[in-house]
Design a protein around this ligand. Structure first.
Ligand SMILES: Cc1ncc(COP(=O)(O)O)c(C=O)c1O
Length: 342
């Protein structure tokens, strides 16, 4: 039977056998009681990799962002974020319903925010009418921006300016390792001026579950309580942490492969006159069909008939994501199909 090539998301990655085997020998304990050595090892490893004092295992990227926001913000305060960010669009309104924060939206260019737009909000003199902006979020890489890498210079500039106003910076780094691999900069260097970072184990790194947040010891201590509040205190969570340790030690460098594969897809798509391809920096390729006869629905159905699954990101937007379970042969098949179908 022909293999279905599933390019809908890197969240679909299935873990390698060696990763799953780490669970069988992991030392376990009750992590709410702080007695799971494997969780502690993972949290320390993640903190070290990201150059921060401490880490905290959480269930998902959404929970990591939520807990970080709860820790940075009080109800009624403002959060500055890009208008197409995952936190704003795809986290079920947690910033409103749970954190109680007012979003100040910045119009980015494929996810890249101009520091001046952020400063325009932060520099407003105190006024009783305003929600005080108390957190800036950056998404790196940026999902709807087509996996765009936010350059270190932009992150540093934003952090420097935010800190001048005593406002911390949180990074939604669901795919931060894709950014660091693409930039050839260590993850710790990339986020050196950020205050908290959320990274996902369950996307390109192929873990079945889990994210980690990192920051100062004080931040993580408060975050631990917020994680408990939202039901994220876990017991023998070493079964999640053991694959996480495997991921952080074995799965980061190979992201380069996914990036190469995305570039190959980009190349064939760019040959089509009526299709706009967002610049490809990492493992995500987004095409805009607004100049084409195809709608996202008709084209994705046609690709599905040929055994290729993609995601519709809007009526005229389609996303292809390369990942661990997609090999060179799959990419060659995708290229062949794209050449033939449209
Ligand atoms: C940029 C970004 N942030 C956060 C998340 C949330 O992660 P999770 O699905 O683990 O909640 C995602 C998920 O796709 C994402 O793409």
């Amino acid at each position: 039977m022909k293999k279905v090539i599933d390019l809908r998301s890197d969240t679909l990655t299935l873990p390698p056998k060696e990763m799953l085997e780490t669970i069988l020998t992991a030392k376990l304990g009750d992590d709410v009681w702080r007695e799971d050595p494997t969780v502690q090892e993972l949290e320390a490893l993640a903190a070290k990799k990201l150059g921060k004092q401490a880490g905290l295992l959480v269930t998902s990227g959404t929970q990591g962002n939520l807990v970080s926001e709860m820790t940075h913000l009080n109800k009624g305060e403002g959060i500055i974020l890009e208008e197409e960010s995952h936190i704003y669009l795809y986290e079920a309104g947690g910033i409103a319903s749970i954190v109680g924060a007012l979003p100040y939206l910045i119009k980015g260019e494929n996810g890249l925010m101009d520091v001046k737009d952020i400063e325009a909000i932060l520099s407003r003199p105190y006024n009783v009418h305003f929600a005080d902006p108390k957190l800036v979020c950056i998404e790196n890489t940026h999902n709807r921006g087509g996996g765009r890498v936010i350059p270190k210079s932009n992150m540093d500039e934003i952090a420097k300016m935010a800190h001048e106003y005593d406002v911390p910076v949180h990074i939604d780094g669901a795919r931060l390792f894709n950014a660091s691999v693409a930039l050839n900069i260590s993850p710790a260097k990339l986020v050196e001026h950020a205050d908290s970072i959320q990274i996902c184990l369950s996307k390109g790194l192929a873990c079945p579950i889990g994210s980690i947040i990192v920051g100062t010891e004080e931040f993580i201590e408060k975050a631990r309580k917020n994680r408990k509040r939202v039901g994220g205190g876990m017991r023998q969570a070493g079964v999640i942490a053991a694959p996480g340790i495997y991921a952080l030690t074995h799965m980061i460098d190979r992201l380069k492969e996914d990036h190469k594969h995305a570039k190959m897809i980009e190349k064939v798509l760019k040959e089509k006159e009526d299709i706009i391809v967002k610049p490809v920096d990492t493992n995500i390729v987004i095409i805009d069909l607004s100049k084409s006869e195809w709608s996202a629905e008709t084209l994705s159905k046609e690709l599905e008939k040929q055994g290729i699954l993609v995601t519709q990101m809007g009526t005229k937007l389609i996303r292809f994501v390369t990942h661990f379970n997609i090999n060179r042969e799959d990419i060659e098949n995708v290229i062949k199909t794209i050449s033939e179908v449209f």
